[in-house]
Design a protein around this ligand. Structure first.
Ligand SMILES: Nc1ncnc2c1ncn2[C@@H]1O[C@H](COP(=O)(O)OP(=O)(O)O)[C@@H](O)[C@H]1O
Ligand SMILES: O=P(O)(O)OC[C@H]1O[C@](O)(COP(=O)(O)O)[C@@H](O)[C@@H]1O
Ligand SMILES: [Mg+2]
Length: 328
């Protein structure tokens, strides 16, 4: 491949950390070295870009990181980067280091920032979808989503043991800011009694009907998965509403929270992150910019960031249908 003008790549992770971010950084660095490019680690996302927390990376920085959760570059949510003044400071720091290509690994917010920054200052940037939420278009799965689903399912399996042993009804809240991808996968994968996601409203009466039907069918375990951010409220609110209808049920609530974000990435996330890290560097070398690299039907695809961040990726109707069939 013929090298274009890119000589120094800056890489950062931003927003919520996701398992596989380290694998993606490693792939960016490895691939850049393969093509004799320099790589600069920008620490703490856009916050580090503004504060000039930028250091050149070498091979030892990426030893034994592939298998680790979190991000060794650290992550942050930066309010200052949302301001034109903050972004100008960030640009000046990149200029000082001679960085002429950027790889931004993060979720919808981070990629929105990357798009804006490219529009304002013209430094070629490629985004990689790094978030457990899976709420980006232009890729079947985001980096970290598979691991988060596995973690949630493992936790729900354990809760199910207690639900069955004590004939209890559990409401388990999973993450996914305004998106039900983790919930629907965890629901199907853990034989949930019902799955409540922000994209599809389920009236409490319908949930009660479902639970009554299951009681008649002598279903043993009752675990209801609730995605955070749903219009009907979180697991706690919903459990209170249900208690009014079913006062004799022994109801418990578990909020899985941040344990879903950590941990060693699954093989799926390691491979996805590795492929995308290489695609980011090669994409920059080919002159691509303001795009997100993703994998659709097992093929790497570059989607304009503006398109990838549009809030239109929804839980597959078919998944929802399957979840419903299997829970009744
Ligand atoms: N509209 C925006 N303009 C500029 N920067 C943004 C914008 N939206 C998000 N960002 C930057 O990206 C960071 C991460 O976004 P956030 O939504 O918190 O996480 P994620 O990228 O995981 O979705 C924000 O803290 C901010 O610095
Ligand atoms: O760790 P924080 O800042 O409380 O954020 C929690 C949010 O981050 C996530 O874990 C990941 O979302 P982002 O990738 O958009 O940051 C969401 O599921 C959750 O709503
Ligand atoms: Mg997000």
């Amino acid at each position: 491949m013929e090298s274009k003008a890119i000589t120094k790549i800056g890489v950062l992770t931003s927003g919520g950390d996701a398992p596989g971010m380290n694998a993606a950084i490693r792939a960016v660095v490895r691939c850049a070295f393969y093509y004799n490019l320099e790589v600069y680690g920008i620490y703490r996302g856009y916050e580090g870009m503004i504060q000039n927390d930028i250091r050149q990376l070498n091979s030892s920085d990426i030893a034994y990181v592939l298998e680790r959760g979190g991000t060794f570059l650290k992550s942050a949510r930066s309010a200052e980067f949302r301001t034109p003044e903050g972004r100008k400071k960030a640009y000046e720091n990149l200029q000082q280091h001679g960085i002429n290509g950027l790889v931004v690994i993060g979720g919808d917010g981070s990629l929105t920032g990357a798009h804006l920054f490219y529009k304002e200052f013209g430094i070629p940037a490629i985004g990689l979808p790094g978030t457990i939420d899976n709420d980006l278009s232009g890729t079947d799965n985001t980096i970290g989503f598979d691991t988060a689903c596995n973690t949630a399912i493992e936790a729900i399996d354990k809760i199910r043991d207690t639900a069955t042993s004590h004939d209890r009804l559990f409401f388990v809240e999973v993450m996914g800011r305004d998106s039900g991808f983790i919930a629907i996968n965890a629901g199907i994968g853990s034989a949930a009694a019902a799955t409540l996601i922000p994209e599809k409203k389920m009236p409490v009466e319908a949930l009660i009907d479902r639970l009554n039907t299951r009681a008649k069918a002598k279903k043993q375990a009752n675990v209801v998965i609730v995605a955070e951010g749903g219009k009907s409220g979180g697991a706690l609110e919903i459990s209170k509403k249900v208690k009014k209808y079913l006062p004799n049920y022994d109801i418990k609530v578990t909020i899985l929270g941040h344990l879903q974000r950590g941990g060693s990435p699954t093989s799926y996330d390691r491979v996805l992150a590795s492929k995308l890290g290489v695609s980011a560097v090669e994409g920059l070398m080919q002159g691509k910019c303001d795009v997100m690299a993703g994998v659709i039907n097992n093929k790497v695809v570059y989607t304009p960031i503006k398109r990838a961040i549009v809030d239109d990726k929804e839980v597959d109707e078919e998944d929802f249908r399957v979840a419903k069939i299997l829970s009744t």
